[in-house]
Ligand binder design. Structure first.
Ligand code: ATP
Ligand code: MG
Length: 376
């Protein structure tokens, strides 16, 4: 079979992907040489406790970057929760759950150079949104493919200005701390492109001599996408198809026993034809550090039952130390408040410095000097 010649669009897409890959490879090499030069920003929306897909997809990588000595900012994007839902009454509980998950997997704001903070308490970061909004046109916002997808996925009847502008808010998140590196999956490259564009535009328009913002680089990882237990879509907090890091062993067993398999007795690793079984074999491979194919051979004609039995044991063994740490942390009164208070104060300090620089570049400092530290 001959394939169709690539269209102009796909050629451009793959070219920009290749360019992003090359930049990412260079960034990894630079990180190895001099980690202390870099800042990284990552984060999550506090919409529920984290799952094993988050662990392999992103958390493991964040802990690795932190442990290399890189200054790591971890944002709980609480305002962004309200892009696709109306109410904020569960945010506090979700925020607590996510912070406990972070600590349990090894993010460490006390001993390492890691700052955990949230949008709603860092006003200087949010103010940065205003100058950035002046640099983007409405048609550009309307064209953004990720925003279109999110709107469709959430089945929104009316789209708020918050949803519409969230790639710009995300640019403010990345630029407030002048993070040069942003770990993302391939699917999120389009998002980072907005930030790169806005950083360049700001520099060109307001500070062509000495650029205020670095143009951040996507740090692409090999992070796998973990399939949900329904065997059809990615594991997700809000789709009831996840193994949560915080689950008990019994809850894990119950969830895995309900996982979709198929009626074939012989277990084979065939992602194309048997995606549900392949998803479970991949998960088993990840938690035991073995290849899914070798698990398939080992299980042979034991069927879905044997596969699930191995999975229950292996997932519970893998998560046991994380869960143990989490339980100990849950019992510490005031821990989450302490982390957020310190993290928000540090984020404000950094954001204030950036905002002062931005005001100067825009000739809006009016001779008033730098903003005094509001916490002193
Ligand atoms: P929600 O259902 O609220 O959208 P979610 O489970 O999809 O939640 P997000 O907060 O949207 O989680 O995702 C945060 C990050 O976690 C993603 O950018 C991605 O890197 C990672 N992630 C989420 N789900 C998976 C998964 N199933 N496999 C691998 N990585 C994942
Ligand atoms: Mg999601």
């Amino acid at each position: 079979m001959t394939s169709a010649p690539p269209t102009k669009e796909t050629t451009q897409e793959s070219e920009s992907f290749r360019a992003a890959m090359a930049r990412s490879d260079q960034a990894w090499a630079a990180l190895d040489r001099d980690p202390a030069r870099f800042r990284v920003l990552t984060g999550d929306r506090p919409t529920g406790p984290l799952h094993i897909g988050h662990y392999f997809g992103t958390l493991q990588n964040r802990v690795d970057l932190q442990n290399r000595g890189i200054e790591t900012f971890v944002l709980l994007a609480d305002y962004q929760v309200l892009t696709d839902r109306d109410r904020a009454d569960t945010i506090a509980e979700h925020l607590r759950e996510v912070i406990l998950d972070y600590l349990a997997v090894g993010l460490d704001p006390f001993e390492k150079n890691t700052t955990i903070f949230c949008h709603s308490h860092v006003p200087e970061l949010n103010q940065l949104l205003l100058p950035l909004l002046t640099l983007v046109s409405v048609p550009e916002l309307e064209r953004n493919p990720t925003v279109k997808e999110e709107i469709q996925a959430a089945n929104l009847k009316s789209v708020s200005g918050m949803m519409f502008t969230y790639p710009v808010h995300q640019a403010a998140d990345i630029l407030f701390c002048k993070s040069q590196l942003v770990p993302v999956g391939k699917d999120q490259l389009a998002h980072l492109e907005v930030t790169r564009k806005l950083a360049r535009r700001f520099n060109e328009r307001f500070s062509p001599e000495t650029p205020v913002f670095p143009v951040p680089t996507a740090l692409l990882s090999e992070a796998p996408v973990i399939l949900g237990l329904d065997g059809t879509q990615k594991m997700s907090k809000s789709r009831g198809n996840a193994i949560l890091l915080k689950m008990s062993e019994d809850e894990t067993r119950a969830a895995l026993m309900k996982a979709t398999t198929d009626s074939e007795r012989q277990i084979r690793y065939a992602p194309e034809t048997r995606p549900a079984v392949a998803g479970l074999l991949r998960l088993l491979g990840l938690v035991t550090d073995q290849r899914p194919e070798s698990w398939a051979t080992q299980i042979g004609d034991g069927g879905g039952g044997a596969l699930k039995k191995h999975l229950v044991d292996a997932v519970n063994a893998f998560l046991a130390p994380i869960r143990q740490r989490r339980r100990a942390l849950e019992a510490e009164a005031g821990l989450v408040q302490k982390i957020l208070a310190e993290g928000n104060a540090r984020a404000r300090e950094v954001a204030r410095e950036t905002l002062d620089e931005v005001r100067r570049a825009m000739h809006m400092d009016y001779g008033l000097g730098d903003t005094p530290d509001p916490t002193h």
